[in-house]
Design a protein around this ligand. Structure first.
Ligand code: TYM
Length: 328
């Protein structure tokens, strides 16, 4: 039987280069060899207060982006989390297998609490349990995500093992899968922080839908390290990050790039990098813009079809779980 993938992204606004390199590009490579379930995790997005109109727009935009990047293989199921109620049902069940201490240790939770001091809701805390339900419901073998999600996958495995030990084998233990390069893209204006829409200013990230002028401006403005050498290294986080992005998008190795820019300053390097990013994102941006001209019909039918296919599998797992627990 074909192995299965589950992964997801929050519909919380424009996606950035970190999402693309850390997650979407991996999905693109893997879609031909796995049965893929790519979820729009709208319930996760609700852990931060959302405007309803914006949320719906962002759901459509994310579905359009999934298509625009090229997730179009036959065996790809794109669906919205809230359309499949088994996610929240399983999340509740799994929460009774999760210890407070395990959730308190989650670094993403600790970061989010700092960011959302005024809305430190219970959902922020139990977020990884819902994520575990997303994954386990589909008996996923592989979860391709950025490095920031690794801890959540480890917790997912633990919950699956705990359940299986008590009630017998139900859940497949999923493997974490990270991009060989670029699993953690850093912010352009602060290379000690991961690239993110929420943690830094708009100068910190490049949105997949940014126009070429904006991309070039952001790269020109990106902070650099002391010295003028184009060389990766532990004490050069900014240039290492830029070299990683350049390398992933151009297919040239970091060593080759260091050679290419030997003795040259940041100016030429940044212009070339800007061009590489613009060229890589242009087809996505134009496909996305075309889809968003009239998203209603296409996206609605894509999501309806995805939800139907997801429900079938989700219900099988949930039924097994409920049977084991004695509630069916
Ligand atoms: P989210 O929406 O924050 O991010 C989506 C994906 O992008 C990756 N990513 C990055 N990769 C490299 N460098 C970065 N700077 C960077 N920023 C984000 C994330 O690791 C992720 O793969 N909890 C998840 C969503 C989720 C999920 C799931 C994922 C919910 N349920 C089940 C997998 C399986 C999240 O908030 O991702």
């Amino acid at each position: 039987m074909q192995q299965r993938i589950l992964s997801g992204i929050q519909p919380s606004g424009a996606l950035h280069l970190g999402n693309y390199i850390g997650a979407l590009r991996q999905w693109l490579d893997l879609q031909h060899s796995y049965q893929c379930y790519f979820c729009i995790v709208d319930y996760h997005a609700m852990t931060v207060r959302q405007n309803p109109d914006d949320l719906l727009h962002n759901i459509y935009a994310l579905a359009a982006l999934y298509r625009a990047v090229g997730l179009t293989a036959k065996n790809v199921v794109v669906f919205k989390q809230s359309d499949v109620s088994a996610h929240t049902e399983l999340a509740w069940i799994l929460s009774t297998f999760t210890y407070m201490g395990e959730l308190e240790r989650m670094t993403q939770y600790k970061d989010k609490v700092k960011q959302h001091k005024k809305n430190n809701n219970v959902g922020l805390f139990t977020y990884p349990v819902l994520m575990a339900a997303d994954i386990l419901l589909y008996q996923a073998n592989l979860v391709p995500v950025g490095e920031d999600q690794k801890q959540h996958i480890e917790l997912t495995r633990q919950l699956a093992e705990r359940f299986n030990t008590i009630y017998g084998e139900v859940f497949t233990l999923p493997e974490y899968f990270a991009a060989p390069q670029g699993a953690r893209i850093m912010s352009l204006d602060d290379p000690t922080k991961k690239m993110s829409k929420s943690a830094t200013t708009e100068w910190g990230y490049i949105a997949l839908t940014d126009n070429p002028d904006v991309i070039m401006k952001k790269i020109k403005k990106a902070v650099t390290d002391s010295g003028s050498e184009i060389r990766a290294g532990k004490n050069k986080p900014a240039i290492t990050n830029l070299l990683t992005i350049y390398s992933v998008l151009s297919g040239k190795s970091v060593t080759d790039l260091e050679q290419l820019y030997l003795g040259q300053g940041y100016g030429k390097f940044k212009t070339d990098l800007g061009e590489v990013i613009i060229t890589s994102l242009e087809p996505i941006r134009s496909a996305y813009n075309e889809l968003m001209e009239d998203p209603e019909q296409l996206i609605q039918s894509l999501l309806a079809d995805g939800a139907n296919r997801a429900r079938v599998l989700g219900d099988v797992t949930l039924t097994q779980v409920k049977t084991k627990l004695g509630v069916l």
